[in-house]
Design a protein around this ligand. Sequence first.
Ligand SMILES: [Fe+2]
Ligand SMILES: [Fe+2]
Length: 306
Amino acid sequence: MIRTITQTSLFKTLPLARTVVFPSLTACRTLTTHQKLNINPDMPITMVREVLDSKPVPMCEEFIAGSRLTTETLENIDFGEGKHREPKTLGDKGAYYTVKFLRLLPDTYFGKDHYMRAVMLETIAAVPGMVGAMLRHMKSLRRMTEDHGWISHLLHEAENERMHLMTWMKCLKPSVWNRLLVLGAQGIFFNAYFALYLVSPKTAHRMCGYLEEEAVISYTHFLQDIDNGIIKNGPAPKIAIDYYNLHPEATIRDVVLAVRADEAVHRDANHFLSDRIAERKEDFLEDIKTEEYLHRPHNNTTPSTA
Ligand SMILES: [Fe+2]
Ligand SMILES: [Fe+2]
């Protein structure tokens, strides 16, 4: 008590004592970021900032900037209805018919249970981007050459699919059996896709393109069942409103429209990536390597060329 009173009076009367004589006491009175946020002091401050600042960025241009999206705007997004890439090579045909066969499983098991079907779909759909990015990363290290933007795009695709999953998980609680199904499906699909990408990245991206064609069809069916009153159109989860920059009264129907727009991007991007491998033109930034582009100021939104 005596010590506290002495210090207090000294602090009041001698400003110099506050800053020079008792610097350690001053430090104690100023809460650090860790203390303010009640974060483990061993966590590096850079890591704290990184975790707090990280925010998933949508893929489609429409969701990134501007005013909040209305239902009308979402309905007017061109998702390339009925768009299909005709399989030409043997690899294309193998990829196409494999996807068509795989589609029979959720069609049979989930039927019109669109929420659980979407959850299962997204747990699978988020795998190819991560596998592709990982193997591209390894290739870049092995060959000691630039990646030309593939890794960042594929990681972004994987994150985008994971955000779809996080959104649908706000709408249902999967049973233990369905969780086991997800576990098994991931174990099989991850390894199969990894092996396919090692053998033929061209076919792997083609297969992913066909998976995304099916995803667009599945979300179109989801939408039709909402419009036909088979599925209740409840309010959109907050995570989706924030991520897609939707209007505050957005509904599940709006979210389905937004997710379908993403799937259309994945479809077109993966077919494009497969074509570029076939053409041996994997540096798809070469067309825009102008002086202006090369000397642009660095920021977090530019594609990685690591
Ligand atoms: Fe998805
Ligand atoms: Fe997708």
